[in-house]
Design a protein. Sequence first.
Length: 262
Amino acid sequence: MKHNTTSIAAHLIPAALCAAPLLASAGQTVAEPIITAPAPNPWEFRITPLYSWLTALDGTTGPDVLPANVDESFSDILDVLKMYASLQMEARYDRWGFLADGFYACLGTSAQSTGPLRENVNLSLKQFLGEFEVLYRVSETPTHFLDVYAGVRYNSLKLDLDVTGPFSRSASPEKSWVDPIVGLRGQWNINDRWYLAGKGDIGGFGVNSDFTWNLQATVGYNFTKNFSTEVGYRYFDTNYDQGGFTYDMAEKGALINFILKF
């Protein structure tokens, strides 16, 4: 009997020694693994596809020997609008940003002269406005931001005139130029949904245009963190007079933006 007791003890002692660490750890809390959140992407992007600028025109343009006075409302322009396209893209890294903006419109109309020759006149006007800006964020809080920027604005005009009749003729004068610009842009957040935004710049400085200025103000609404819309007004004025050609024009009207952010 003593032999059997000794044999059982010899088997139980090693088993107890092996189980002791497991029993001791049963009453302890196992530390959960630490999962660190991924670092935020320092890049931010904004795309405004096909923004709507309901433009009216007021000014003078054409050759200096025969300039034309223009005073057309948006509804007048809409009647002869043949094509419209626009796109704005912005990339931002930390305090620095880069913005590119393109706006294109083609107007066309046809008429018949009232003189004895009864000529048919086809007229089209094409304009492209392009901007490239480098922005720097000088101030930012949860309620506002303020950027300063500098860049260039490209303006291209092309007129196609085609007259058919006893004395058929055509002409396609074209004028393009680039102006330097400097400006400010800011936003004030009313709450997490509504905000006010503004942008303004001046340029030209006699490099090409004598002077040009642009001002816009909008009210915005955030539907989500990635999608918002803005409604406001833009006024853009250019005074260009070089090479026997004048473009002293104000382009103004309501502005509607749909913005994607990621």
